[in-house]
Design a protein around this ligand. Structure first.
Ligand SMILES: C[S@@+](CC[C@H](N)C(=O)[O-])C[C@H]1O[C@@H](n2cnc3c(N)ncnc32)[C@H](O)[C@@H]1O
Length: 259
């Protein structure tokens, strides 16, 4: 075994060890309880736009995008645009890598790779900041509910022109809404790619953290994922990602499409 294989084997063993360490999992949840009053996930930005994610999940998304090399990333939930800008910047890097490998130069505005964002309420200031951002040429936005038939239809017809599709669900976090999003968008995920469902963590946190929200333990993205998987064996939870992150808002939310 060479040193790289040994490194990877050690890493896999350590990740598996963390996944089996219940005390460590409890510490991670306690950490979330501790940072919640400070709205931890609202304090980061990507290329100047607020991104409502925690750095651990952003890091996992980078690894997924590098391994899948998608040409389309579909995201529900735009907010300030940080996650759209992040995805677009990763697609820009993939274009750069393609150009280096092909020994060509490329005009980024000619790239086919795209991020498609959907939000029920794209505020004027957010829209303007996204549309004037250097990553804007790779971003298309649709306004409307992500589960409205006309929006789903538009997304499906856009996705039909792409081969490698990655899906991220991060809008309304109720069970019914996320289940409807999964029914609509998970089938667009390419084989080998992921449908990432954010905020599944709600299931594991105390109910009093969500008193002013329509979701909470028992009614959230994780319960929707579990329900969806009952009849969709073509997806499996990639536990290696949450075991590695330990601190993630998407436990049981990294769904890999197997077939
Ligand atoms: C958590 S934020 C998204 C954060 C963003 N993905 C990021 O990482 O920066 C949730 C967004 O979902 C949007 N939203 C809520 N209900 C929705 C619905 N029914 N359809 C589409 N978007 C919705 C909200 O307007 C809000 O902008």
């Amino acid at each position: 075994m060479d040193s790289i294989e040994q490194f990877n084997l050690d890493s896999r063993r350590n990740v598996e060890g963390m996944g089996n360490d219940q005390a460590l999992q409890a510490l991670a949840n306690a950490w979330f309880n501790g940072v919640a009053p400070y709205k931890y996930s609202y304090n980061f930005a990507w290329m100047g736009r607020p991104i409502i994610q925690i750095p651990q999940d952003v890091s996992a998304m980078q690894e997924i995008i590098w391994s899948v090399r998608p040409d389309l990333i579909i995201e529900t939930g735009i907010a300030h645009g940080g996650s759209l800008i992040f995805s677009a910047s990763m697609l820009a890097l993939l274009d750069m890598v393609d150009a280096i490998e092909a020994n060509t130069t490329m005009d980024p505005r000619q790239s086919k790779r795209k991020v498609l964002g959907i939000d029920i309420d794209i505020r004027a200031n957010n829209r303007s900041a996204i549309e004037t951002h250097p990553m804007a040429s790779r971003i298309q936005m649709l306004q409307g509910s992500s589960i409205a038939a006309d929006v789903v239809g538009q997304v499906k017809s856009i996705a039909a022109g792409y081969e490698r599709v990655l899906v991220c669900l991060d809008s309304n976090h109720t069970h019914d809404h996320v289940l409807a999003e999964l029914e609509a968008y998970a089938p667009l995920t390419s084989v080998g790619s992921y449908c990432v469902v954010f905020d599944t963590l709600v299931e594991d946190l105390p109910a009093d953290m969500f008193l002013n929200r329509p979701w909470g333990p028992g009614n959230n993205p994780k319960t929707a994922v579990w329900k969806y998987l009952e009849s969709h064996p073509e997806f499996e939870i990639d536990k290696s990602i949450q075991n590695k992150l330990l601190i993630t808002v998407a436990p049981d939310g990294y769904l890999k499409r197997l077939a």
